[in-house]
Design a protein. Sequence first.
Length: 133
Amino acid sequence: MTLSIINALEIALSADKQGHWDEAHNIISGLKDPLAYEIHAYLHRKEGDLDNALFWYGRAGISPFNRPLATEYLELESKLYHYIMASDLTDNSTGDPSVIDKLLEQIDDADTVIADGAYDGEPTYNKFKETKL
């Protein structure tokens, strides 16, 4: 997911939250991304157009949401804000902890850091403490 798609999804959800369904729908309609399809389904469900919502849930590859709209909105918001902020692809000869500085340079702020087990160790923990994300 590119930053421009993330920004568009954020603007669409914000517009919906402020009661601007048409604006949210116009933004979402032009995006080709599974989370955009999910938000599209939510918007049609909120509108009461369940057939259209079912189409978009299917396009997103998920089962239709059957709990309150407010709960669905919170789940969508949660999915949006848990995206990848930094990445690096290393070969087998590069130790993952050796690229931690490069990864941290890509992050402005984070409440939570999730990484694979290769980063599990005291040097990595100390680097996060020094950085104070």
